[in-house]
Design a protein around this ligand. Structure first.
Ligand SMILES: [Zn+2]
Length: 681
């Protein structure tokens, strides 16, 4: 008898276990060690294979012995024997399918859970049960593999705490087995399972993975994590026999986060079979190349239903439940699965169709319901926007001060800007430094700084601490390190926060990037000098257009959060933002100061020897940096920021109208929005 199960359920589980073990054993007998690929030729790969004695069963086991063996290598068996959810044994298909149990019909979770690929990922719609599946996998891993360490990370500490206090804590408290093996350590962020440990972390810092050694690492909602987090972690997995990486995320924009991994993976799709014509197919919301571009949803008598993409007849609920996973690229190594709500038996086609209306943006429906990335209107700037700024401006206009921005990395990326006499922003120079030798980098930057007679530079703080210090020594008071601090909700900073004494400037990442890139969309605001290298300009365009806006919607608070994601390399885009910030520093100073700007002026300001009126009367002298309100109106609303209050979002005017952003920015939304409450979200 199977522990924790009774009656028909136990019988079903046992026969299921036997079937699986049978299949496994049969397959194993035929398998001779396959040639090890170059990538797997390291010790870890071989050791990893040897570390699975369960893969070589010597005799056919029966009953409880089967189950005990099976659960070591099949998490799904472990789950059914050791876990409960709301008092009932956890399974993938309930014994009885009815209205009450419908949302527990999740046959598509089983294979992904049992998949022991080193790199595994779930590109998922919301509410598909993948977090619960990952809870199962991590607890199974720790329970069946003694002396191991698992890391489970979330974008924020709050999400981590919620996950730890609810899902993990409940999974443990509902399971007699887990309760019996839990060690003394039961913190929010550290739990002991037998001789193994579970570390739970928020991933706001890139240093998350430093100085630890893990056997398995989960990145939950990886699309919303800093990009370098995973890279930092990879090292920590090097010493492990397993070195498993698990990515789970609702996608956002193409080639970012989970979609980056998905693109290189096996790409598992859930195939169903139409019982009327026997055609195997995926369920599609959008036209694809197969089945003549037909989609799986059609209207019948005013109601939306699922239909066969081949014979056009209705697809039954049973058909949708009886699916199987098929890999598009089976020879690839990373194993990523696609989960869409079209697979969910408890969501009807009609409901899904209605869900489109639930979200203020198309992106959210694509991400949350279809589980696929979406670009659409998330683009901040296009190639055409930028290249249209290659216009002729007479020589005599090019006589304002120049500013520089640098994004550090393995290569360094320089943007030099100039305030033009007629108020435009001139892009003067683009340069990349290929060397990684720090003295050489500093020498090249200094040469560029002097050649263009740059007044002030703003540089990436994250990567370039030593470099910025060395440059500051060379050019006192003219070098600023730029920070993108994590700003609490509701206390967003819209203007750069300068700390002259410590040579720092803080920017709100989302707002500053939107405003800086938005300049290209404002008529007569940017001019690209003919001297700018065309090759570098091409890269510049690529990097800038790789920065896109992403919106997330909190269904509880109905708040929209907007942030910037990268769909590829983005260094010049950040360098542009830093340089534009540097130019703002010049533009903020009084006119005379601006032209003769130097270290003494700043020093005088710092000592208080400069007349306060001078800075009070300071007018922005570069209309390229016009007041935000004007910029909003001139940029077709692209400069607006997320409405901190949902009521500022007006369906009538659409999110991209200037009104919404203006409300938030000016903090006078009452005067603007009050009259249209009826149209508010
Ligand atoms: Zn059919």
């Amino acid at each position: 008898m199977t522990e924790g199960l009774s009656g028909g359920e136990a019988g079903r589980a046992t026969s299921f276990i036997e079937r699986l073990v049978d299949i496994q054993a049969r397959q194993l007998e035929e398998v001779t060690p396959s040639p090890v690929s170059k990538k797997d030729a390291n010790l870890k790969g071989v050791q990893s294979q040897l570390a699975h004695p369960a893969l070589r069963p010597k005799k056919k086991l029966v009953g409880e012995d089967v189950a005990a063996q099976a659960e070591k290598f099949l998490p799904s068996i472990w789950v059914m024997r050791k876990r409960k959810l709301k008092g009932e044994p956890l399974s993938f298909v309930p014994r009885e399918i009815n209205a009450r149990t419908m949302n527990r019909v999740r046959p598509f979770l089983e294979q992904p859970l049992n998949d022991e690929s080193r790199e595994k990922g779930y590109r998922k719609a919301r509410q598909m049960g993948l977090s619960e599946n990952s809870v199962s996998e991590v607890l199974w891993f720790l329970d069946t593999k003694p002396h191991t360490k698992a890391f489970y990370t979330f974008p924020t500490n709050r999400q981590m705490q919620d996950f730890s206090n609810t899902r993990i804590a409940e999974a443990i408290s509902e399971s007699d087995h887990l309760k019996s093996v839990m060690g003394d350590i039961k913190n929010v962020n550290l739990k002991q399972v037998g001789t193994s440990f579970l570390f739970l972390r928020g991933s706001q810092t890139e240093r998350l993975g430093e100085g630890v050694d893990a056997d398995i690492a989960f990145f939950d909602e990886i699309d919303r994590m800093p990009q370098r987090v995973k890279v930092a972690f990879e090292e920590s997995l090097q010493g492990s026999l397993w070195g498993y990486v698990r990515e789970i995320s609702t996608p956002t924009v193409p080639n970012h986060g989970i979609d980056e991994g998905w693109n290189k993976s096996k790409q598992w799709y859930w195939f169903i079979k139409c019982s009327k014509c026997n055609t195997k197919q995926t369920l599609e919301w959008l036209p694809t190349d197969d089945h003549g571009g037909k989609v799986s949803i059609a209207e019948r008598e005013g109601i939306h239903v699922y239909v066969c993409r081949h014979c056009d007849r209705e697809i039954s609920m049973e058909d949708r439940i009886r699916g199987e996973w098929v890999a598009k690229y089976p020879r690839r190594e990373p194993s990523y699965y696609q989960f869409t709500q079209l697979m969910a038996p408890w969501i009807t086609a009609e409901r899904l169709f209605q869900k489109q209306e639930d979200y203020p943006f198309k992106q959210l429906f694509f991400n949350y319901c279809l589980g696929i990335p979406y670009l659409g209107d998330n683009v901040l700037v296009t190639e055409e926007n930028i290249l249209a700024r290659q216009v002729h401006v007479s020589r005599d206009k090019w006589r304002g001060p120049r500013a520089m921005g640098i994004d550090w990395g393995d290569r360094s990326w320089i943007v030099v800007l100039q305030a033009l006499a007629d108020g435009k922003v001139g892009l003067v120079h683009l340069e990349r430094i290929e060397t990684s030798d720090i003295d050489e980098i500093v020498a090249q930057v200094a040469a560029c700084f002097e050649r263009f007679d740059v007044k002030v530079m703003v540089n990436d703080a994250g990567y370039g601490k030593d470099r910025n210090t060395m440059l500051l020594k060379k050019f006192p008071d003219r070098v600023f390190s730029c920070f993108y601090p994590n700003v609490e909700k509701g206390s967003k900073i819209f203007e750069p926060q300068w700390q002259d004494e410590s040579h720092k400037v803080s920017l709100d990442r989302t707002t500053s990037i939107k405003l800086a890139l938005g300049l290209f969309r404002v008529k007569d605001s940017v001019v690209i000098a003919p001297e700018v290298s065309l090759m570098e300009l091409k890269t510049f365009v690529k990097h800038c257009t790789n920065l896109v806006a992403v919106r997330d919607f909190d269904e509880k608070t109905r708040e929209i959060e907007e942030w910037i994601a990268s769909t590829g390399q983005d260094h010049y885009g950040h360098a542009w933002n830093y340089a534009a910030t540097a130019l703002q520093k010049l533009a903020k100073l009084p006119k005379s100061e601006c032209w003769d700007w130097n270290a003494e002026v700043l020093a005088a300001k710092r000592d208080g020897t400069m007349k306060p009126e001078a800075s009070k009367d300071a007018q922005p002298m570069v209309p390229g940096f016009m007041p935000i309100k004007d910029l909003l109106q001139n940029s077709g609303g692209m400069a607006n920021v997320r409405p901190d209050k949902a009521h500022c979002y007006s369906l009538k005017y659409g999110y991209d109208s200037a009104i919404c952003g203006a409300c938030t920015l000016q903090r006078s939304c009452k005067s603007i929005c009050e009259g249209q409450k009826g149209d508010m979200l």
